[in-house]
Ligand binder design. Sequence first.
Ligand code: ARG
Length: 283
Amino acid sequence: MKKGILLVLSLVLAFALAACGKKEENSGSNAAPGASQSGAPSNTASGKLADIKKAGKIVLGTSAEYAPYEFHKMIDGKDQIVGFDIEIAKAIAADMGVELEIKDMQFDNLLTELKLGKIDFVLAGMTPDEDRRKSVDFSKNYYEAKQAVFVRAEDKDKFKTMADLEGKSIGVQMGSTQEKIAKGIKDAKVKSLGKTTELVLELKSKKVDALIVELPVAQGYVNKNPDLALTDVVPEYQDGGSAVAVNKGEADLLAEIQNSLDRLMAEKTIDKWVAEMTELADK
Ligand code: ARG
C-alpha cells in the first residue's frame, strides 16, 4: 500500500518536473527570435569585458576611408590608420589597460563581424539608427555632423535644394544611412558602393551626379579636389551622430566605453582631435 502511494507520488513528481522542463524549453525558444530586440545577451554580460582584460587586448572594427573619422596615411614611410575615431578607440583601450588591435574592413561588414565576435567594438562614424539598434547596442553619440551633398565643381549651381536631386544618379556608401536618404529621393538612381573613395571616382568620371556623405568628409574631398564642390543642399535626414557599437547585452563593456567617452567629451578632447585629424587629412 505504502509502496503504491510512493510510486504514484514519484510519478506525479516526475510528470511535474517534465512539464517544468518543457515549459522552460518553450519559453526559451519563444524568446529567441525576440531576443535580439529585447536586448537579451547572446554572450554572458560580464564575459566580454572580462575576456578583453584577460587577453590584454581589445579589437576595434572600422572602415578607414572616411577622413577625418578614420583613414589611411603614410607616416614615416609606413601606411597607418589614423583619425579621430582611432584616437578615441586608443583612449578607450588605454582606460581599460589593454592594447588596441585595429581591423579595417568594408563599412557594410562591420556589424556582421561584430555579431560573429571577430571584433569587440565599432567606431566608424556610425550613426545609431533604429535598424542597427535592433541588432547591436550603442553608446551615446560622441560626435554630431551634418549631412552634405557634393558634386563636380561645374555643376554646383545646378544643385540648390533637395528637389534638384530628383531623377539624378546619386552615389552613396553601401549600407550607410546616406543610402537611406538617397532611396527616399524621388526617381533618384541610387548607386551604392563599398567605399567612399570609389564613389569619388564615379563622381569625377561622371558616372554619378552627386554624392551624399557627412559634411566633414565632403569638406575634406572638396579641399583636396578643385574639380569638386560642396552644394547648399541640405538632406532632410539630419541625423549624422556617431556612436560606438558593441554586441547586445554587453552592459559592462559598454559602461566602460561610455565612461571614457564622457571624460573625453567633458575635456573637449574629441573636438581637438577632430581639428587635428582634419588638418592631417588635408596634408
Ligand atoms: N554615418 C553613416 C552611417 O552610419 C556613414 C558612416 C560611414 N563610415 C565609414 N567609416 N565609411 O551609415
